[in-house]
Design a protein around this ligand. Structure first.
Ligand code: UGA
Length: 452
């Protein structure tokens, strides 16, 4: 089948790669000419395990093409995927300008019937808005071409995006009332057949429910994390260990062990944005989203947790301190630093006069891009030094802070850490180590929800 994907970011590129891998022909369209050119050269703009070889091999096989020409893209695919960004507006609502611009572009160039697929995370009602834009533009062209707009949200996780897309746990397809649901179902069953073997993963519903499903899933997951962070903060105050509590509650199948790890806050491009956006949608319709507001507030406070520990440890004086920081990305296996807890920590430390020596296995370039001005020397020592190894980050630092649970942080040489630091203190935002063992090794150790 022929598919066009508008917006070659995370969602668009991964989706295009896996659709081409199973044999569909995919045309990728993006307004960013540098990105398109770079992709044609085989350079993949994001770090995502397994993605680069997939894109390169399908490009060589001619199943995936890249263009900046919207007209070429519209003429190519029977399916027109919209996978452009929906950044938060000032009030937290999702900004639909890119989505609606693509809708307009499709209407402008289409010469045959199309199925337009909303892949981006978009507020409830967007499929209707996209349909309105297309219908009104076709009317100006005096065109009687038919089209359908379908909500088909993406549930991939960064760091596992390729495998999530290759082996989805569900494929949600939302059809607008009045559209021919049976015909659309047939087309989607054919498109996704390679991903739908063994058991039926395709869940058909109406478009509004599909749009809300996406937000509900992310908000539920964010709620689990904020709930655990709240429990961690209570555990700390009452002298309990949240890791024992996590173990204790996860064994209840209704709760489960997944996604109940306390930490220094959730980040990424999705949870913060989606919790806000759904909260905004609720407020617009006159419903007070108390739980969503609490989830967000708890997370914002949690992102300050490590800085608060540091201040307490250093008697409220971080001036002139050098902090070794392991982990910059918002989670392992990605170089993405959007809304990462490390950023809140670094910015707080700089405001308090401390400097940071940071290391991350993948996010160094991204950090350099985001904080270039902090890497230059200021009053003798730059606020941020990006170090080549995790060991180098420790040299002459006053403390070690861990923000991301990368695998190679999990069993470090503690003697070497002790020898490199000015004093043996670790602030562990991901509860990687056992507090008692750390104390036995002579470290002052701060975890999340485990007491000092
Ligand atoms: C999230 C969802 O998990 C995906 O299902 C969804 O498709 C995606 O958003 C999206 O909307 O595109 P992602 O942002 O890649 O995926 O990251 P997650 O793995 O969900 O992690 C989010 C944050 O929660 C991370 O900062 C992570 O460290 C934190 N987290 C996660 C915890 O603090 N504790 C946990 O137990 C789990």
């Amino acid at each position: 089948m022929k598919v066009t994907v508008f917006g070659i970011g995370y969602v668009g590129l991964v989706q295009a790669a896996v659709l081409s891998e199973v044999g569909h022909d995919v045309c990728c369209v993006d307004v960013d000419a540098d990105r398109i050119e770079s992709l044609k050269q085989g350079n993949i703009p994001i770090y995502e395990p397994g993605l680069a070889p997939l894109v390169r091999s399908n490009f060589e096989a001619g199943r995936i093409t890249f263009t900046t020409s919207a007209e070429e893209g519209v003429n190519f695919g029977d399916f027109q995927f919209i996978a452009v960004g929906t950044p938060p507006d000032e009030d937290g609502s999702a900004d639909l300008k890119y989505v609606l611009t693509v809708a307009h572009t499709i209407a402008e160039h289409m010469q045959s019937p199309k199925i337009i697929v909303d892949k981006s995370t978009v507020p409830v009602g967007t499929a209707d808005k996209v349909a309105e834009v297309i219908a009104s533009h076709l009317a100006t062209r005096d065109s009687s071409l038919t089209f359908n707009v379908v909500s088909n949200p993406e549930f991939l996780k960064e760091g596992a995006a390729v495998s999530d897309c290759m082996r989805p746990d569900r494929i949600v397809v939302g059809v607008r009332p009045g559209d021919d649901a049976d015909a659309i179902e047939d087309r989607f069953r054919e498109l996704y057949a390679p991903f739908n073997r063994n058991r039926d993963r395709i869940i058909f519903m109406d478009a509004r429910s599909a749009e809300l499903t996406k937000y509900a899933a992310n908000c539920m997951l964010a709620t689990k994390v904020s709930f655990m962070n709240e429990m961690a903060n209570i555990a700390e105050k009452v002298g309990a260990d949240i890791e024992h509590v996590r173990h204790g509650i996860g064994s209840d199948e209704r709760i489960g062990y997944h996604f109940i790890y306390p930490g220094c806050g959730y980040g990424g491009s999705c949870f913060p944005k989606d919790v806000q956006a759904l909260g905004h949608t609720a407020e617009v319709i006159g419903y007070q989203p108390q739980l969503l507001q609490a989830v967000e507030a708890i997370n914002n406070r949690q992102k300050q947790k490590l800085a608060t520990y540091l201040e307490t440890h250093f008697n409220n004086d971080l001036t002139g301190k050098t902090i070794a920081l392991w982990g910059l990305s918002f989670k392992p296996k990605t170089d993405d630093m959007r809304e990462a807890p490390s950023r809140v920590l670094m910015e707080t430390l700089w405001a308090k006069g401390a400097r940071v020596q940071a290391y991350d296995p993948e996010a160094m370039e991204e950090c350099q891009r985001l904080y270039a001005e902090y890497c230059h020397s200021r009053d003798g020592g730059s606020p941020l030094s990006l170090m080549g190894t995790k060991e180098a980050a420790l040299q002459n630092a006053d403390a070690l802070v861990i923000c991301t649970e990368w695998q190679n942080f999990k069993a470090p040489d503690f003697d070497a850490i002790k020898a490199a630091l000015k004093q043996p203190v670790i602030f562990d935002g991901r509860n990687l180590f056992d507090p008692e063992r750390m104390r036995a090794k002579g470290f002052a150790y701060y975890g999340i929800g485990r007491g000092e």
